[in-house]
Design a protein around this ligand. Structure first.
Ligand code: SF4
Ligand code: SF4
Ligand code: SF4
Length: 449
């Protein structure tokens, strides 16, 4: 299944090294051109909060047209864009190669970059939250204390965090672990847990990009992925040269993303040269490797090579199933699973791979929900946008709750957490257990409890 008009849209490189990219007059001309097309089209009215904000501005103007809307009123439209890419990938008929050449999310990105350049700085708190490796390294050795301080019910610390840093006290924040995934991977190697078994895919080699989130906040996902791959005969290694830079992309800090891309791709290419396929464990990292980095550094050979060698973990397991066949022994997962298709997994244009993979489990009910969870990185965390994030995600939460399944999976760990928090607010809804799809597979093979 491919999304877009009739074919997957093509996307132009981001012209972030050109002075025109930051020219406020030229940016305004482009914003007005695109917003006017959107006003005439309005297909995206229910995707997020950006479009309703834009259409409300136009509808409230004296003429009901964009020409009466002041450019200084555009900021809330840009603020509400989480760069989920859904308008570009699933709705817009005017994306390239159409002559309108419309790329709404990348225009929002350009606005943020230009705004920061002219103000001389990027937003402070999102910038600090975006230092995922630094934060993870600081928090891991004191994980119990860090988790106590960040716990949702902590009436001592969370109001202070809200006041000083603007992080909404109601948000469930990710937990930290003293033993990161890279540490656990070494232990797995010692115990022989990652040794490839005799299975049809024997001979494959895969390097798992640990991702900051799995490394510091959800190491069980990495362990489950290695167990599943070993069970299927795949030799694995774990690599983590650093975060992919998605939080910096959100803020429009393209120079920082490029710096990460150069460094990480150089190291990952050494593994590709040794015959490893590259596997990403969260949707956003896969999107960065495959699509965003090549648009930011189109001439970088390492970035290109990495994009071609990268698979999302679910995509990789489905590929094994199609080419060599999976290892036997999958058992039904009691209680059913709802697969939430995260926006950044959908934006990879690979089809609903998590659902496809879990449907390989016999006699297991798998339902699919593909509406946005509303999280959008720091958008779902900051006080000024948390309510909107909850509102945007409500339809997805309702759809998940309606299935009545025991588990909900998402390739985006923050989306899973956010959905669970939204379901808590629904009347008489049971909150399902949040899992990564690969954990469901590991459970079905009896590799984890
Ligand atoms: S990228 Fe997502 S959040 Fe941004 S405007 Fe498009 S649909 Fe809305
Ligand atoms: S992004 Fe495209 S599909 Fe969406 S409202 Fe604008 S023109 Fe229409
Ligand atoms: S996209 Fe991946 S590496 Fe980047 S910040 Fe998110 S989890 Fe970390």
């Amino acid at each position: 299944m491919k999304e877009g008009s009739t074919e997957a849209p093509t996307r132009h490189p981001i012209d972030w090294q050109s002075p025109d990219f930051y020219d406020l007059d030229k940016l305004d001309v482009e914003l007005r051109r695109v917003f006017d097309i959107c006003h005439g089209c309005r297909r995206c009215f229910n995707l997020c909060d950006s479009f309703p904000r834009l259409f409300d501005l136009v509808d409230a103007s004296p003429t009901g047209e964009l020409d009466e809307v002041k450019s200084e009123d555009f900021a809330p439209v840009i603020e509400a864009c989480t760069l989920c890419d859904m308008c570009y990938m699933t709705k817009c008929p005017y994306v390239p190669p159409h002559e309108f050449n419309l790329d709404f999310p990348h225009l929002m990105l350009r606005y943020r970059s230009a705004e920061a350049k002219h103000e001389g700085h990027y937003p402070f708190v999102p910038g600090q939250l975006g230092q995922t490796d630094r934060n993870g390294m600081l928090a891991a050795p004191i994980a119990p204390l860090a988790n106590w301080g960040s716990a949702r019910g902590n009436r001592l610390t969370r109001p202070v965090l809200e006041k000083l840093a603007g992080i909404d006290a109601r948000v469930e924040l990710p937990k930290f672990y003293g033993k990161t995934f890279t540490m656990r991977a070494k232990a797995q190697d010692k115990l022989g847990e990652a040794a490839p078994k005799e299975a049809p895919a024997k001979g494959r080699k895969a390097a798992l990009f640990a991702t900051c989130f799995v490394n510091y906040n959800n190491p069980q996902v990495g362990e489950a992925a290695r167990k599943v791959l070993a069970h299927n005969g795949v030799e694995t290694t774990v690599a983590y040269p650093g975060c992919c830079g998605m939080p910096f992309l959100e803020q429009g800090n393209l120079a920082k993303v490029a710096e990460q891309a150069e460094r990480v791709s150089r190291e990952m290419c050494e593994l590709i040269d040794k015959g490893y396929d590259i596997i990403t464990l969260t949707a956003s990292c896969g999107l960065m490797f495959k699509f965003e980095w090549p648009l930011i550094l189109p001439d970088n050979a390492d970035v290109k090579k990495l994009a071609q060698a990268t698979y999302d973990i679910d995509e990789y397991v489905v590929d094994i199933a199609k080419k060599e066949g999976l290892a036997p022994g999958l058992k039904p997962v009691e209680g059913g699973v709802t697969a939430h298709l995260a926006c950044h997994a959908r934006a990879q244009n690979m089809g609903p791979k998590s659902a496809e993979m879990m449907k390989l489990i016999p006699e297991t009910k798998v339902d699919v929900v593909e509406r946005c969870s509303g999280h959008g990185g720091t958008f779902g965390v900051m006080k000024e946008t948390f309510e909107v994030a909850m509102r945007v995600g409500k339809p997805a939460a309702r759809n998940v709750a309606k299935t009545g399944n025991k588990y909900v999976t998402s390739d985006c760990p923050l989306a899973g957490k956010h959905l669970a928090q939204e379901i808590e607010t629904l009347e008489e809804a049971q909150v399902p257990k949040v899992q990564h799809p690969i954990e469901i597979m590991a459970r079905a093979w009896g590799l984890i409890e």
